[in-house]
Each structure stands twice: as structure tokens, then as C-alpha cells.
Design a protein around this ligand. Structure first.
Ligand code: NAI
Length: 262
């Protein structure tokens, strides 16, 4: 019998009440991990914790606002207190913010998106570093908007570019501890953030089908990449960004001239 990927491991997932994080929390648990389900959505973390337990897994829930340093420290401490160690972390929570282009975006909206997405990952990486076990791994959710601009949402794009820079810059400090850190850059993913109702249904990973070229991935498609990068199978991979967008950014789009606004 082959062992599961995360047997005996302790894993922390943020944004775990919904979408990519909820899929990842369930999949880490199905692969043997004890999971801390962290999110600001109190009802959602209880739902996912209970789903994991009903499937025979082990989980705790942590209510956190990732934009607060003390909440990040507390969720790490809670995970270590409950499971005795911390082996892998998926810093995945984030917000889209309002869709506001450069002409309409306000400093308040820009501040809100940066505070949640970029400070959230900064505080997460700072809190995890002293606690994670050698041989462990961190995966951070950026976006293809962290590699290319997004005219209709510059705050989100700037926050995700910042996350890519943080992950690349943190790799050396993490390597000193024997821990890897990688970013994932999804394109379109069918989750509540993209207006798709939440579904907790998962399939056997061997049954995952290829989406339409340039189309939308499922939350589980992205979760499986996070699991791979957090596992020992990815032991030589650190400080890198991994695009998962079914080829969307693989070719230059046919450029349309920007419309001038008066
Ligand atoms: P989602 O909206 O389904 O899940 C995001 C989760 O983050 C929610 O459960 C929410 O409560 C939580 N969250 C938001 N602010 C928080 C805070 N301050 N503290 C704690 N938790 C907070 O969205 P999805 O799609 O699962 O997003 C996960 C990550 O994937 C995000 O970082 C997002 O930017 C990124 N992403 C999503 C794409 C998509 O098309 N859905 C594309 C590229 C990246």
C-alpha cells in the first residue's frame, strides 16, 4: 500500500472557507494531513472543518483576518498547539476588491486590497518562518494578474505583483531553514470570487479533466497544484511562480487599441 502524501503532517490553509482554499483543505486532509482551516468567514470554517471530520480526517478551525499581524501569529500558534508541529502552509486568502480602473479607483479601495492581499501574505510569511519544520513548504496564491497588468483592477494586480516579489525574496530566508516557498498564479478559476456559487464537491484527482484551452480551472485543479508544491515531490522547487491558466497567458492576445476616455 502506498502512503498518502501528507500522512503525519500538519498543514495550515488560509481562505479555507471557500473556493480554492476549501478544496485544498479537504484534499490535504484526504492525503493524511491534520489541517487548520483558517478564514475570516466563521460559518465557512466550521462547514469545512466538519466536512473534513465527516470524511474521517482531522481538522481545527481558526477565525482570522489575514490583514492583521496578530491574527497570523495566532493561527500559526493555534496550529502548532493543536497538532504539535507545522509542515506545510497554503497562504491563499485574498480579495478582488471592487472593479475600479485607474480613473475611478480611490486611495481607500487601493489601501483595502493591498492591506488584505499583500500585507496578508507579508504577515503570513513572517509568522510561519519561525514555526515551520525543516523539510516543510509554503505555497502562496498570487494570480496571472501578478504577472500582467489588469486595467480594470490595478489594486488587485499591484497586490498580486507584490506577492510574487515577496515570495521570490523570501526563498533564501526560508531555505536557511530547509523550507521551500513558491507562488501559484491561477488564471480564471470557478469560485465565488469569480461569481460561481461555492461547491464542496471534489473528484478523485485521477479523474480531473482538462478544461477548455484558455478557459476556467476548477478550485480543485488549483488545489492539486498547491498540494504538489507542498509535497516532497517538489523538493527542488523554490522561489518560483507557477502559472495554472489552461494556456491563457501562453500566447500574446491580439491587441485591441485602448479606447480613449474623455
Ligand atoms: P473565494 O472568494 O472563494 O475565497 C477567498 C477566501 O478568502 C474566502 O473564504 C474569504 O472569506 C477569505 N478571505 C478574504 N479576506 C480575508 C481576510 N482578510 N482574512 C481571512 N480570510 C479572508 O476566492 P478564490 O477564488 O478561492 O480565491 C482564493 C485565492 O485565489 C485568492 O487569493 C484570489 O485572489 C486567488 N485567485 C483567484 C482567481 C479566480 O479566478 N477565482 C484567479 C487568480 C487568483
Amino acid at each position: 500500500m502506498t502512503s498518502r502524501w501528507f500522512d503525519g503532517k500538519s498543514v495550515l490553509v488560509t481562505g479555507a472557507a471557500s473556493g480554492i482554499g476549501a478544496a485544498a483543505a479537504q484534499r490535504f486532509a484526504a492525503e493524511g494531513a491534520a489541517v487548520c482551516v483558517a478564514d475570516s468567514n466563521a460559518g465557512g470554517i466550521e462547514r469545512v472543518r466538519s466536512l473534513i471530520e465527516r470524511a474521517g480526517g482531522r481538522a481545527i478551525a481558526a477565525a482570522v483576518d489575514i490583514g492583521r499581524s496578530e491574527d497570523n501569529l495566532a493561527m500559526v500558534a493555534k496550529t502548532v498547539a493543536a497538532f504539535g508541529r507545522l509542515d506545510a502552509v497554503f497562504l491563499n486568502a485574498g480579495i478582488l476588491g471592487g472593479m475600479a480602473g485607474f480613473d475611478t479607483i480611490t486611495p481607500e479601495l487601493f489601501d483595502k486590497v493591498i492591506r488584505t492581499n499583500l500585507f496578508g501574505v507579508f504577515y503570513g510569511l513572517k509568522s510561519v518562518l519561525p514555526a515551520i519544520a525543516p523539510g516543510g513548504a509554503v505555497v502562496v496564491t498570487a494570480s496571472t494578474a501578478g504577472l500582467f497588468g489588469l486595467a480594470e483592477n490595478p489594486a488587485y494586480s499591484a497586490s498580486k505583483h507584490g506577492i510574487v516579489g515577496l515570495v521570490r525574496s523570501a526563498a533564501a530566508a526560508y531555505a536557511v531553514k530547509g523550507v521551500r516557498v513558491n507562488a501559484i498564479c491561477p488564471g480564471g478559476v470557478a469560485t465565488p470570487m469569480a461569481g460561481v456559487p461555492q461547491s464542496d464537491a471534489l473528484v478523485d484527482p485521477s479523474d480531473l479533466a482538462m478544461p477548455a484551452y484558455g478557459g476556467t480551472s476548477s478550485a480543485q485543479h488549483v488545489a492539486e497544484l498547491a498540494l504538489f508544491l507542498a509535497s516532497s515531490r517538489a523538493s527542488a522547487i523554490t522561489g518560483a511562480c507557477h502559472v495554472i491558466d489552461v494556456g491563457w497567458t501562453s500566447v500574446l492576445p491580439t491587441a485591441a487599441a485602448p479606447t480613449a476616455r474623455t
